[in-house]
Design a protein around this ligand. Sequence first.
Ligand code: NAD
Length: 376
Amino acid sequence: MRRLRWAMIGGGRGSLIGDSHRIAARIDARWELVAGAFDIDPERGRAFGVALGLDPARAYGDWRQMMAAEAAREDRPDLVAIVTPNASHFEIARAALEAGFHLLCEKPLTTSIGQARELVALAKARQRIGAVMYGYSGYPLVRQMRAMVAAGEIGQVRVVQAEFAHGGHAGPVELTVPALAWRYDPAIVGPSSVLADAGSHALHMACYVAGQNITNVSAMFASHGSGRRLEDDAHLHLRFSGDAIGSLWSSAVAVGQLHGLRLRVFGERGGLDWRQEDPDRLRFAPLGEPPRTLERAAPYLHADALRDARITAGHAEGYFEAWANIYRELAQAIAEPGSTQHLYPDLEAGAHGVAVIAAAVASAGAAGRWVEVTSP
Ligand code: NAD
């Protein structure tokens, strides 16, 4: 298989998440970064591209210039990754799909459900692959949970408890850290802050593992930090398409919690519990039996979990490898269409996330009234 080419928009020097994409894409040597418009500041963006080793002619100061010039090349990128703040995703993603590139977009896919629907339809019409970087779904043991639920090993799922509650914004960090200032600006993040930022990952994992979408939401939002225009703490009750019920707690003010991503799923015959801060272990409690710990890379795991393990059990694997699994699957899906069942989060999953966020915002604004989630 030839190495695929990719370009990046956003993710410039000092950004929070740009390096994660670049490191993940390098791990399996299936991607070559060939172009980029990395920064809102054109000069800084060009200089950064050159520092990354790009051909200076392909280190752009503006994403529109990049899209036009790169679309015309014979050795054009196969994929464009969008790593800019939320409200810019839609316009850039639409332009990328219209120019015929495959797409990997940061979450949340867009800031409105109409935009998300438009991207899903456009990718379909242009036969382009679209993915959303819900990177945590690339962890082998998250895939193990998904496979166990799908194989009926815990029976019908009854309860899903999802949590992504960190304490990073317990103080007024947005006043001193420029990259955090936009997290509470609705013009840049859209109608939700912590739910769209952190909670969207946990919502995706809940649906991905349970194999059910969210149909109804009742939400309570709080803004504990003074002067914040959007929520820094969100509590959701959830109903799922397969009759499961559950809840999500997403917070930026959970003092003492570092990352705080956890998913618990309880079925008729067993319970599963996974924490991202201890990602190589999955607690499985079968009904009436002692609970046990499943280890990453152990031979008794499902194929979907084993395929992604790069190193034998006992060595730590983690965040970058999980992201790399998504880059690897995208490479395979693009180079060998139809070759595997895809496990990467697709645009439909991204659109569902946007729809759940919209429903939660509406519910929180109406004293927690139950709101139906619009189907993407
Ligand atoms: P950041 O503010 O740290 O960095 C944003 C980068 O994009 C900067 O380099 C900035 O100069 C550049 N940029 C902004 N507008 C641009 C434009 N029009 N053209 C080119 N470059 C532009 O933000 P971040 O934390 O890296 O977040 C970026 C996106 O990634 C957000 O949508 C965020 O929700 C998402 N994110 C995802 C994860 C994850 O786990 N998947 C984690 C953090 C952030």
